[in-house]
Design a protein around this ligand. Structure first.
Ligand SMILES: N=c1c2ncn([C@@H]3O[C@H](COP(=O)(O)OP(=O)(O)OP(=O)(O)O)[C@@H](O)[C@H]3O)c2ncn1[C@@H]1O[C@H](COP(=O)(O)O)[C@@H](O)[C@H]1O
Length: 130
């Protein structure tokens, strides 16, 4: 967990230095990641995170899939408030999945940074053909 927090601290310094922008959204995700890491060891009777972990990676992945489906349905048929709630559920379960696999969210951010400025169309066209 200390590593997670120091990763985010480094990202925070980087973002302020390069963009000078408000990092509150990153703070929210950093806090959520730290909370999830802590709650993994809690009592499954009183912690949803612990309950999910007790059921294993398969259950966590299944929940993420369900939340993704609910997000798609909300995007197509529900209002902005409902969609916002479903996306929050989706991101929460995504963070639980990453935690279960011990993949820090900072690694995802680093991958997005690596892709920055590379068009998806150009990247796909440059893939080796089988
Ligand atoms: N952000 C969230 C969050 N978003 C959604 N959820 C829970 O995710 C669950 C998803 O709803 P479902 O109806 O699909 O769940 P369910 O019916 O229990 O699932 P099944 O048994 O049917 O599979 C609900 O229980 C929600 O309360 C969350 N639970 C926890 N958090 C965060 O995680 C922290 C730690 O939570 P605990 O581990 O519960 O203390 C909290 O303080 C929050 O910050």
């Amino acid at each position: 967990m200390i590593r997670l927090l120091s990763d985010f601290a480094a990202l925070d310094r980087y973002a302020h230095a390069t963009h000078g922008q408000d990092m509150s959204s990153l703070d929210t995700l950093a806090r959520l990641e730290a909370t999830i890491a802590t709650r993994r060891a809690a009592d499954p009777e009183s912690s949803y995170v612990a309950k999910l972990h007790a059921k294993g990676l398969g259950k966590i992945a299944q929940k993420l899939g369900e939340e993704a489906t609910e997000t798609v349905i909300a995007a197509l048929t529900e209002d902005d408030k409902a969609l916002t709630g479903e996306v929050a559920d989706l991101i929460f379960h995504l963070m639980v999945l990453l935690g279960a696999r011990d993949v820090p969210f900072a690694a995802v951010l680093a991958e997005l940074d690596r892709r920055e400025g590379v068009s998806g169309i150009a990247e796909k066209a440059a893939r080796p053909k089988d």
